[in-house]
Design a protein around this ligand. Structure first.
Ligand SMILES: [Zn+2]
Length: 354
């Protein structure tokens, strides 16, 4: 990412302004379902009546599904979420004396997906939940591109992605901003990011074999001469870079590359304000460079954070950013080792991107 300074001013000015970012309240849609479960052979029918809450919700809104199972003794009720064609458990509850249960529906992950309740060997009809951001993302869902196009390159959502910060040269508040950026990245991708602490290391334009075992992403502030990442992009103010391994496949058998590490290096001599508010901010840089680490390439649209030129708008992902992050996110299910096309796990390095 680079800035476009205006002549005669000490502070960078930017040529693009993001419009149409007024937050909009999403009207709730009421949906209550009553489902009679069919009995397994030889069993009495267990009647379960799940009452699904509003199914269009703003991210992180508390929502739970409740109902009753007609059984004499306490029984386990499981909430399942459909991901990559498979149902997986995302919560469970034990019925009380009256057979009642209540299960929290995960609303931290943006996007549309199906849920169902399972008890006594029977399942309810699925309910579709749509989790939206707390603002109206500008732009269009098609406004995104990927760094690697020959084969799908993505992170494995079935592992925790640990990250560390080197903020020794950063100004106050860098850690808080980085945590917020990862939090938003988690909402967009469905990945689990976990903060592992600080590091004194500075990522370079290689495999960064010094990353601790619990760390897959390092975000560092450094002078440009301290990182070879800037060698190929000397005018950049910040850079992001994924590192991937070939020889993996998706659940459907198609070949994939596994992004196994990511680096963000920000020029520590750059003076910009912290936070994510309107105007050029540290939040802009973090969301943009972490977008590269997730495998996103630049897309020329002032509505998107992956626009190569930083804008004046509030730092938050546009519709195309979110769509691209979702398209390489946890919705795809686990990555598996092995590939018909690549027998050995060969590493691949994406050229650093500003
Ligand atoms: Zn960039």
């Amino acid at each position: 990412m680079s800035f476009v300074p205006s002549r005669g001013l000490g502070f960078p000015r930017f040529t693009r302004v993001i419009l149409g970012r007024t937050p909009k309240y999403v009207a709730p849609v009421s949906a209550a379902l009553v489902v009679a479960l069919s009995a397994a052979p030889g069993q009495a029918a267990a009647l379960m009546t799940p009452a699904w809450p509003t199914t269009t919700v703003v991210v992180n809104t508390d929502r739970s599904v409740s109902g009753t199972v007609d059984v004499k003794q306490p029984t386990t009720v499981v909430l399942q979420q459909k991901v990559s064609g498979d149902w997986r458990n995302v919560g469970s509850d034990t019925t009380d004396a009256a057979g009642n249960f209540s299960l929290a529906v995960p609303t931290w992950w943006l996007g549309t997906r199906d849920y169902r309740v399972v008890a006594e060997g029977s399942e309810s009809a699925p309910a579709t939940f749509n989790v939206k951001p707390g603002y109206t993302p500008p732009g269009k869902s098609t406004e995104h591109a990927f760094l690697v196009n020959s084969t799908m390159a993505r992170w494995d959502p079935c592992t925790v992605i640990g990250w560390r910060i080197n903020d020794r040269q950063a100004s106050t508040g860098a850690l808080a901003d980085a945590k917020k950026a990862f939090w938003r990245l988690g909402q967009a991708t469905g990945f689990t990011f976990r903060y592992r602490g600080t590091t004194t290391g500075i990522p370079q334009a290689d495999s960064n074999s010094w990353f601790p075992n619990d760390t897959q992403i390092v975000v560092a502030w450094a002078r440009k001469k301290q990182s070879s990442i800037f060698n190929s992009i000397p005018t950049a103010d910040a850079a992001g870079m994924p590192y991937y391994l070939m020889g993996y496949h998706n659940g459907d058998g198609s070949s994939a590359y596994k992004i196994s590490k990511g680096s963000v290096v920000i020029d520590s001599t750059l003076r910009i304000k912290g936070g994510f508010s309107s105007g050029i901010s540290r939040g802009d840089i973090l969301l943009h460079e972490l977008g590269h680490v997730m495998g996103l390439a630049h897309f020329s649209s002032s509505s998107e954070m992956m626009n190569p030129v930083m804008t004046r708008g509030i730092a938050r992902y546009g519709k195309g950013d979110l769509s691209g992050l979702e398209a390489r996110g946890a919705e795809l299910g686990c990555l598996y080792a092995g590939s018909s096309r690549v027998s050995a796990r060969v590493s691949g390095i994406v050229a650093p991107v500003e």
